[in-house]
Design a protein around this ligand. Structure first.
Ligand SMILES: NC(=O)c1ccc[n+]([C@@H]2O[C@H](COP(=O)([O-])OP(=O)(O)OC[C@H]3O[C@@H](n4cnc5c(N)ncnc54)[C@H](OP(=O)(O)O)[C@@H]3O)[C@@H](O)[C@H]2O)c1
Length: 249
């Protein structure tokens, strides 16, 4: 899947929230192809509801906005080495009180609660290089965007949460890192990419690499950060964005 690089995740148990499409699915496939035992979650009642081929991965239904469900999922597991807090997205009218609160729940609080629910298992992991928690941050972690007053602050908070988990849980053998994704093709962005060419052009103008990302571009960074090759990296957020965060347009 990742040209020229192969990982060995054969003894790893991995949980990917929102693993039914886009970035989460690319991560789940990357881990599964590398031998891991992978659990993915989605909101549908079963895996058959999704068009994507989810074969070889265990499916669990989960709404990450439901705090009790996050703790119940954590308690139901018997082994975990790697947690990918990926599920998320903007939540309708975020200038409205309900949309704002929901976006914080889905995009920030869920990562705290599920990480807490999984902490004991992660601390018991003997995966080489340490157990890992990953968050999927965004360009809105760094820049203001008027359509997402909840999502942006939540993704900014995720960067800070990852720093805090990295500092606090390192002594228990748990690393925490994030990938800040630039504009990447997925269900979340298909509307923007297909119907807002001006916005896409403005985005690409600011990049060094002049293309939208593919879910595999983000998954490649995730699999590196959770691997033994990244054993001394924690608390970091790596922008994977074609150079967007370094450009001036
Ligand atoms: N694509 C980008 O350009 C981009 C950029 C920066 C950050 N991100 C972040 O990357 C992550 C993945 O997004 P994506 O672009 O891959 O989008 P996607 O293809 O729409 O996938 C989103 C996944 O998250 C799940 N999900 C969404 N809301 C959920 C909720 N409330 N509870 C449980 N699961 C939920 C979806 O499950 P169902 O299918 O069951 O709804 C789906 O599996 C998100 O956190 C997003 O904010 C994406």
């Amino acid at each position: 899947m990742f040209q020229g690089i192969s990982y060995d995740y054969s003894n790893a148990a991995v949980l990917v929230t929102g693993g039914t499409s886009g970035i989460g699915l690319a991560c789940a496939r990357g881990f599964s192809d590398a031998g891991a035992s992978v659990i993915i979650t989605g909101r549908g009642s079963d895996a058959g509801e999704y068009d994507a081929d989810l074969a070889g991965m265990e499916y669990r239904q989960l709404d990450v906005g439901d705090r009790d469900a996050l703790y119940a999922l954590g308690s139901s597991l018997s082994k975990l080495d790697i947690l990918i807090n990926n599920a998320g997205g903007s939540q309708g009218d975020e200038w409205g009180a309900e949309g704002f609160d929901l976006s914080l729940d889905v995009n920030l609080s869920s990562a705290f609660h599920l990480s807490s629910a999984c902490k004991k298992l992660l601390a018991a992991s003997d995966f080489p290089g340490g157990a890992s928690i990953i968050g999927i941050a965004s360009m809105t972690s760094y820049f203001g965007f008027e359509l997402t007053p909840g999502y942006g602050p939540a993704k900014a908070g995720l960067v800070q949460l990852i720093k805090t988990l990295g500092m606090s849980w390192g002594r228990e053998g748990i690393r925490a890192n994030a990938v800040a994704a630039g504009l990447t093709r997925s269900n979340l962005t298909s509307f923007v990419i297909e119907s807002m060419p001006d916005m896409v052009e403005e985005t690409l103008k600011r990049q060094g690499l002049k293309r939208t990302g593919e879910p595999e571009d983000i998954a490649a960074a995730v699999l590196f950060l959770t691997s033994p090759a990244a054993a001394w990296i924690t608390g970091q957020t790596l922008p994977v964005d074609g150079g967007f965060t370094t450009g001036m347009g």
